[in-house]
Ligand binder design. Structure first.
Ligand SMILES: [Zn+2]
Length: 268
């Protein structure tokens, strides 16, 4: 039952995140003000055109009024958020079975970190910039997650819920590593934003899984970067933001930690 609740919640939050991403960039009023409308023809959308994922499928990805395509970003973010919320729930399963209310608190806080990371993923991909408001939400929610795990006297596993000082340490180390890379390369290899993303990952995941997340991010970045060069859409010199790969690496590493924890040590 709780899986269905987190699944639906993920879709709803995902569609909210799309609004957040749009408003963060355009600074069009507050986050929640105004009705949603088509970005191309400005027609107000009815509730039936606004159901996460389902409306996109029934409208075949086109606006009901002007028939122009709706950006694939909308269903992608909704799906990502849906998967992330279920992942957070599954990852908190052993806490929930020990103490339901604290366990669901951990699941909700982890899901909040994931939601902030999805905003960073899309924003960095689109605008090559990391929104600091999402970083601070991620930092606070990560600290709160580890705080609840510590206060609940839960036994941590290899990656999630280790002693709090190890999480703080890995956040600081990961931040420093990327900060130095940005500083030494004058932001050509990495940007300072990547340091802040690594800080959130380090705080949430602890040392082992953070290292694996960074390794996965570097591999993903290399594969995607090389294929873009080979298949011609990017030159060797054009910059690709690294933030989306870090976010991807975090999700992969968290999933490995849940479903195949011994692989974390193998990759290390
Ligand atoms: Zn339209």
């Amino acid at each position: 039952m709780s899986v269905i609740i987190f699944l639906v919640l993920g879709l709803i939050v995902g569609s909210f995140l799309n609004v957040v991403i749009y408003r963060l960039h355009s600074e069009e009023g507050g986050i929640v003000s105004g009705r949603s409308h088509c970005r191309r023809c400005n027609n107000d959308l009815r509730w039936i055109d606004n159901i996460p994922l389902i409306s996109y499928i029934f409208l075949c990805g086109k606006c009901r009024y002007c028939k122009k395509p709706i950006s694939w970003q909308y269903p992608m973010v909704e799906l990502m958020c849906c998967f992330a919320f279920v992942l957070a729930l599954v990852g908190s399963g052993r806490f929930i079975s020990e103490n339901a209310s604290l366990g669901y608190g951990i699941a909700g806080l982890t899901a909040t970190v994931f939601a902030a990371m999805i905003v960073i993923f899309v924003y960095d991909l689109k605008y090559m910039e990391v929104p600091m408001i999402a970083i601070w939400i991620g930092v606070i929610a990560s600290i709160a997650t580890i705080g609840v795990i510590t206060l609940g006297f839960f036994q941590g596993v290899e990656f999630f819920g280790l002693p709090a000082f190890l999480h703080a340490l890995s956040g600081a180390m990961a931040f420093l590593f990327f900060f130095l890379l940005s500083y030494l390369s004058d932001e050509t290899w990495m940007g300072y934003g990547d340091g802040f993303i690594a800080l959130v990952i380090g705080l949430l995941l602890g040392p082992l899984a953070t290292f694996v997340a960074i390794v996965v991010a570097v591999w993903l970045g290399t594969i995607v970067g090389l294929s873009l060069v080979i298949f011609g859409s990017k030159g060797m010199k054009s910059a690709i933001p690294f933030g989306p790969f870090l976010v991807g690496g975090m999700f992969v590493s968290y999933a490995i930690g849940i479903f195949a924890p011994h692989w974390l040590s193998v990759l290390w």
